[in-house]
Design a protein around this ligand. Structure first.
Ligand code: CS2
Length: 500
């Protein structure tokens, strides 16, 4: 079968969207770090809208920070790829042309740094996942003992971490008298702009106090909330999309119809007109971000652990199970008081919309995928709302079950006794804490609470939480996740979801 490429673009079926501009006339304005599916289905699609509307100097140069896989898939297709938007039985295809250069950082860090130091680049955006920032998730500070941080301090010209790459590129610009690019973190981190500023400024200061001060003073780190559900692409996706295109695409991406981007409009060197694609600009992004991290991502993580344990392979399977749907409604009612609703948003309507999005059966979003890297996700998704509920004396059985679900999951065997393929940067510490095993749930809960970097002293030292988590974990071990959830009552008849 022929391959998707500039040469085959014109012969795709008429129903497939494609670049409406001359790709050869585009100059790069953005370097993006982290060439995963999410970037290609979210920010790149929004930038494509600006290119389609006539912008010429906002092409994207994209870099993978680890493997060459995506570059190897996309380079033979001139950087083109398909975005498939799926809602139940409907699917729309769009070929995106916004990528105008592909790097693999470990192969040639100098080439990536040169691209970032080019005066034409005005924004460096990132989707490197939570763990890519080398920070301590419970405090949000740079983890100075992190292997990649130590590497980048020892070899500053050939950095391998995202903060190390940003610091070196900014140093090169400063030395050459080129204004700093804007750093746009598009990961689900709490206060993402501020968190990345803290981490990058600190790493800069460790290299040279003057560089740290310059980064702190000169570089804009606007906060942003990003939202679109984009599961990992499957072999079925590739086959179906190739058949529809009449051309092979080695790495299409698949997402839901919903897509939201809320950004603080602070781009000293300019930005593409992302509003053309529906991006919103807000003076205060914090309420959108808290709502996203706690309502959507918090529920996602709860479903990931408890759903996986109950044998649900995907989010759609779990959310279409009435026991889990009921649990979600109760969970959102517990989380909502910790969320300051953004202007004009009803949290009840928001929760109903989330349930409909989760139930989209056209997406095979694996619970196992979302369960990855729990140590990096739990604090902002579940522990923040739990801490507030404890402080305000609100009972939180669903949040406690979600956290206990994570504990049950990291013990490493499922309810049928099969090993779980655990992925987490803190795996050695988690495994050590889980040593006492399934027969000693209270002890496991107590030890996991003490793992540095996840819970923080307020939760680990709380007078009642350790016992409550131990009991919830014991319940999950004894009865299994589904049975434990099926016992949750709803004393008010219908859970009331009200804002905080
Ligand atoms: C998910 C997110 O993998 C995960 O942890 O919760 O990727 C989620 O799908 C997105 O944030 C939705 O916008």
């Amino acid at each position: 079968m022929r391959r998707l490429s500039d040469a085959t673009l014109a012969s795709l079926p008429a129903s497939v969207g494609r670049p409406r501009y001359d790709r050869a006339a585009i100059r790069p304005g953005i370097v993006h770090l982290g060439l995963g599916a999410f970037h290609r289905a979210h920010q790149a699609v929004m930038t494509e809208a600006a290119l389609n509307a006539g912008a010429r100097d906002w092409g994207i140069v994209a870099a993978s920070l680890r493997s060459a896989e995506t570059r190897d898939a996309l380079a033979p297709q001139d950087g083109l790829y398909t975005v498939a938007t799926r809602e139940d039985d409907r699917e729309a295809l769009q070929v995106v042309g916004a990528l105008h250069g592909l790097h693999v950082a470990p192969e040639d860090p100098a080439a990536l740094l040169r691209a970032m130091a080019d005066p034409g680049i005005r924004i460096v955006s990132l989707t490197v996942t939570e763990k890519g920032y080398c920070h301590d998730p419970s405090s949000g500070s740079l983890d100075e003992a992190h292997g990649d941080v130590r590497h980048d301090l020892a070899h500053p010209g050939a950095p391998r971490s995202a903060p190390g790459i940003l610091v070196e590129a900014l140093r090169l610009r400063r030395a050459a008298g080129i204004p700093a690019f804007t750093v746009l973190c598009c990961d689900n981190l709490p206060a993402n702009g501020e968190t990345v500023r803290r981490v990058v400024t600190r790493l800069g200061a460790l290299r040279d106090p003057a560089l740290g001060a310059w980064i702190g003073g000169e570089v804009a780190f606007p906060p942003t909330m990003v939202d679109r559900i984009v599961p990992a692409t499957t072999a079925d996706d590739r086959a179906r999309i190739a058949a529809a295109l009449g051309a092979a695409d080695a790495w299409p991406v698949v997402g839901e119809g919903f897509s939201q981007w809320v950004i603080e409009d602070h781009f000293p060197l300019g930005r593409p007109d992302w509003a053309l694609a529906g991006a919103e600009f807000a003076a205060d992004v914090a309420p959108y971000e808290l709502m996203k991290l706690r309502m959507l991502n918090g529920a996602h993580s709860a479903l990931a652990y408890l759903g996986y344990l109950a044998g649900h392979e995907t989010v759609a399977e779990a959310s279409n199970d009435p026991v889990f749907a009921h649990y979600l409604t109760l969970l959102w009612a517990e989380i909502a008081p910790s969320v300051p609703a953004p202007p004009g948003v009803s949290l009840g309507d928001h929760a109903a919309r989330l349930l409909a999005r989760f139930r989209n059966r056209a997406l095979r979003h694996r619970t196992w995928q979302i369960a990855m890297d729990g140590s990096q996700k739990l604090p902002q998704r579940l522990l923040g709302p739990l801490l507030l509920a404890l402080a305000e004396g609100r009972p939180s059985p669903c949040l406690i079950l979600a956290v206990a679900g994570w504990m049950r999951y990291v013990i490493g065997t499922d309810e049928a006794g099969a090993a779980i393929d655990l992925r987490d940067p803190m795996l050695p510490a988690l495994r050590a804490a889980c040593g006492p095993g399934l027969h000693h749930p209270e002890e496991v809960a107590r030890r996991l609470l003490g793992v540095a970097g996840i819970f923080g002293p307020d939760l680990a030292g709380h007078p009642t939480l350790p016992a409550d988590l131990g009991n919830a974990l014991a319940l999950l071990v004894r009865d299994g996740a589904r049975k434990a959830l099926s016992r949750l009552g709803d004393p008010g008849g219908t859970a009331r979801i009200t804002g905080g």
